[in-house]
Design a protein around this ligand. Structure first.
Ligand SMILES: C[S@@+](CC[C@H](N)C(=O)[O-])C[C@H]1O[C@@H](n2cnc3c(N)ncnc32)[C@H](O)[C@@H]1O
Length: 250
């Protein structure tokens, strides 16, 4: 576990700027500048395996990661019988991620996040209820918040009908908000309808852009190793951040 003292040694100019208030509107944690291999072009749609991308990123180099796994469990649970035939064709054609693979992605992300960096992990109802804490075994990540995304679209469900998804907020040690999280009007129930449907799992641009603005500075690198429609890239560019991310499908 990285101590506060160690963080200050790695990022010395984070020191005096933290004030005595509970909240801060300033982010004083700095990310280092990073050298990327030539084949990892920032701000483009890279077509590659996300684990390979993570293995080429420098350790403790990025303040923000998003992960939106292609959950195997969802298709297993939503077995209406016609998935991949009359409905859900694109969703069924995407590479599914078993839980062990999701754990590998999370451990890779843990390695490249700076101390006090954030992982925004998109989660479905099944995993949220059944538990996912073991995915963070042997990492320095702790759950610090949860945001419900109200998609404003009527989805499937045998009982209640789904309109929401969940974004679990994790922070790498040392865990703190002051001097790190600088926007304080993000609601934990977020209403946003996605405008285009480029991808069956496209996530809300507005929410992701606000989260990026809250926990990074301009010019910082934001990563997404399973980027789908690259909505995180769009959000990062909107906030003048850099993006590195990929998808198996490009
Ligand atoms: C749920 S979607 C991501 C959607 C994205 N958040 C968005 O807003 O569009 C998950 C993506 O993971 C990709 N994927 C699955 N296994 C992968 C791997 N090993 N490396 C990279 N991408 C992978 C799938 O192709 C799929 O597009």
């Amino acid at each position: 576990m990285t101590s506060v003292k160690e963080t200050l040694r790695l990022f010395p100019d984070t020191t005096e700027k933290v004030t005595n208030t509970v909240f801060s509107t300033e982010r004083v944690v700095q990310a280092p500048s990073i050298d990327l291999p030539n084949f990892l072009k920032p701000n483009t749609r890279l077509k590659m395996d996300g684990l390979k991308l993570l293995s080429h990123l420098p350790k403790e180099s990025v303040p923000v990661a998003f992960l939106d796994p292609q959950y195997r469990g969802v298709l297993d649970k939503m077995n209406y019988g016609n998935e991949g035939k009359n409905r859900e064709k694109h969703r069924c054609s995407l590479m599914q991620m078993p839980e062990e693979l999701i754990g590998e992605f999370i451990r890779g992300i843990d390695g490249v996040l700076i101390p006090s960096g954030h992982l925004f992990l998109w989660m479905d109802k099944f995993h949220l209820c059944q538990g996912f804490k073991t995915w963070f075994d042997n990492t320095q990540l702790d759950i610090v918040d949860l945001i419900v995304w109200n998609k404003d679209r009527f989805g499937m469900g045998y009982r209640s009908r789904r309109v929401s998804e969940y974004c679990v907020v994790l922070q790498k040690h040392p865990r703190k908000a002051k001097g790190v999280w600088k926007i304080h009007n993000i609601r934990d129930v977020w209403l946003e309808r996605t405008k285009t449907k480029d991808h069956p799992h496209q996530k809300p641009l507005g929410l992701q852009a606000e989260l990026i603005a809250a926990v990074s500075n301009e010019g910082d690198y934001i990563i997404d190793p399973a980027a789908g429609s690259f909505s995180v890239m769009e959000a990062a560019l909107l906030k003048n951040r850099n993006f590195i991310g990929c998808d198996l499908e490009g």
